[in-house]
Write a protein that binds this ligand. Structure first.
Ligand code: F6P
Length: 369
């Protein structure tokens, strides 16, 4: 009888529990295997007391639950594990320990649901001999090698609903309402949530913008009798030079203040600066709503439940065929798989010439360019 492991890494998202459920069901029902749940990403292989057997009863009722019953972390790279002792922080390499513990636990395969950071770790561990299969998850939808990641669709629903609600308030108060969406360096959530909720201005990191274009769009709406404007802003936008502090303007490099590891705080700064600028140049009251981690919570959408189940079953199928070092994916609408090295590459960003951007432009959306 084989033993396989399942873990979840990186930021949580809706659909992770549905993957765990699918993996456990497919492994037990189809193959009669034993499944170990590895807690908190790779931490559970550094400290194997953080593993537990998952039986069918353990995954009952999981399909609709947000989050992950196994826990996760986006700070637990076993190659560079940060440990603080006596006020000093050190990067420690636990990767050999991960391999040894996977052996000691008798793992014949490990399925890891994660985003690009997790897939990079998987790629390195696979090169060290760990038998891994990846499952793509992130609300950001920016993982290379797949057309869609699980969690994205649910995040879009959450963002769209929020913007719909903000719409009525914007209209009543004749305001400019900015809604900041997650997505790190990629604008997928802002683009699609903006499109689906009828945002008038969409700002994404892939399309540099100018303040005057936003001002013109707001004032053109005013002239047409539309006294409010909805602006969907991706958290990863870079401010144009005119809005940067003078000491940052000459820099070719993305300013340090805009390149911190937590893009949420980055974006907050950029969005707040932009709010003041929009209010200043349009004379219209302007408010910001930061949706933040609400986009990562809640029950998965029907699409994400089905996708997570398809991904989980496909990952178990790869293990059954001893095809390791791969990530399951969607290509041309079909479940497929790619080398995990592809997923570990550069994140997938919005092509400014893509059909969605063209469609948005054709319906009058301003990208600020
Ligand atoms: O990658 C998912 C994501 O939610 C990003 O959209 C966001 O920038 C980041 O994680 C936030 O990370 P944390 O949970 O560490 O604040």
């Amino acid at each position: 009888m084989r033993t396989i492991g399942i873990s979840t890494g990186g930021g949580d998202c809706p659909g992770l529990n549905a993957v765990i459920r699918a993996v456990v069901k497919a492994a037990i029902v189809n193959h009669g295997w034993r499944v170990l749940g590895i807690e908190d990403s790779f931490d559970g292989l550094i400290w194997p007391e953080k593993t537990r057997e998952l039986k069918l009863d353990d995954v009952s009722g999981l399909l609709s639950r947000g989050g992950t019953i196994l826990g996760t972390t986006n700070r637990g790279n076993p190659f560079k594990y940060k440990l603080t002792a006596d006020g000093k922080t050190q990067d420690l390499d636990y990767s050999d320990q991960v391999i040894r513990n996977a052996d000691a636990l008798g793992l014949n395969g490990l399925i890891v649901a994660g985003g690009d950071g997790t897939m990079r770790i998987c790629h390195e561990l696979a090169r060290k001999g760990l038998k891994l299969v990846g499952v793509p998850k992130t609300i950001d939808n920016d993982l290379a090698g797949t057309e869609i990641t699980l969690g994205f669709d649910t995040a879009l629903h959450t963002a769209m609903e929020a913007i719909d609600r903000i719409h009525s308030s914007a209209e009543s108060h004749h305001r400019v309402m900015m809604v900041e969406l997650m997505g790190r360096e990629a604008g997928w959530i802002a683009l699609e949530a903006g499109l689906s909720s009828g945002a008038d201005v969409i700002l994404i990191p892939e399309i540099p913008f100018k303040l005057e274009k936003i001002r013109d769009a707001v004032l053109a709406r005013e002239e047409a009798g539309k006294r409010f404007t909805i602006v969907a802003v991706a958290e990863g936008i870079s401010l144009p030079n005119e809005l940067l502090a003078p000491e940052l303007q000459a820099s070719e490099v993305r300013p340090a203040a805009l390149a911190s590891s937590s893009s949420s705080s980055v974006a907050k700064n950029a969005t707040v600066v932009l709010r003041e600028a929009i209010e200043g140049c349009t004379g219209k009251e302007t408010r910001v709503t930061v949706l933040g981690h609400t986009q990562r919570g809640g029950a998965p959408s029907p699409y994400d439940r089905v996708l997570s189940t398809r991904f989980g079953v496909a990952a178990v199928d790869l293990v059954a065929r001893n095809e390791f070092g791969k990530m399951v994916c969607v290509q041309q609408g079909q479940i497929s798989n790619v080398d995990i090295g592809v997923a570990a590459g550069q994140p997938r960003r919005v092509d400014p010439q893509c059909e969605l951007v063209r469609v948005a432009r054709s319906t009058g959306v301003c990208f600020g360019d």
